[in-house]
Design a protein around this ligand. Sequence first.
Ligand code: NAD
Length: 279
Amino acid sequence: MASTPAVTLNDRNTIPQLGYGVFKVPPADTERAVLEAFELGYRHIDTAAIYGNEEGVGAAIASSGLARDELFITTKLWNDRHDGEEPRAAIGESLDKLGLDKVDLYLVHWPTPARDNYVHAWEKVIELREAGLTRSIGVSNHLVPHLERIVAATGVTPAVNQIELHPAYQQREITDWAAAHDVRIESWGPLGQGKYDLFEAGPIAAAAEAHGKTPAQAVLRWHLQKGFIVFPKSVRRERLQENLDVFDFELTEAEVAAIDDMDQPDGSGRVSAHPDEVN
Ligand code: NAD
């Protein structure tokens, strides 16, 4: 199996373009699932304090025998930890659970605009990087006005913005802004969380058939060729393997364009929460 390419972030750190996301992986299953992912060749894990499974990720890291610098570990600051010195306490708790002295990427999970404290959260996350507790810093679920505000307030541009993104919901306003500001997009819900008939859609089924791949692999390949970072979730070994086996084929420009055309610019393709509603 060909190896996962690395993407260079705006702070010059590199991140494997494909990883394993552990949202909704039950805490009791996490160590086994992450160890299986490591065995298959995954080196990038996306977790969050709110997922409740950082300890399982940490246990897998400890028993994997892999060197720390071979791994890329992301975790996230939850919404009720933005104020005061809470971000420092929160990353400390995450690091204890992960068994690490620093993560590779720390994200502000949601802007929680009704609380109006995401600028403060970003200022504190910048301090966490300065303190050596994370190598890179970024945000998640930030819309363009949130991004513009945190950059104007601090002069520090996040390395990534992790947003819901899949063929029916391509968020072009945010991806255009990110491209113009050297911010990498991480697509969460890259397979639409299984909530719509993505795999039966004509352009995806056709691309999969043309390359002798599964529809999930065609969709992941589309993300990769768009330059997005992805970490599809599964707890099934065969799917973990399938999702990693996407580096030996390439969609044609026409196939990419046909999937691009699946976007619903009115936002009706969204399958999960809108950032303005999460507070
Ligand atoms: P996803 O699009 O990865 O969908 C996961 C579902 O797709 C699985 O439960 C499974 O049913 C199905 N699936 C996976 N591989 C498949 C395959 N090969 N064939 C058929 N079906 C398959 O959705 P997700 O888990 O929400 O997103 C991926 C990761 O993104 C998460 O695990 C998490 O790390 C991150 N995430 C971040 C946020 C955020 O707010 N920042 C929100 C949601 C998810």
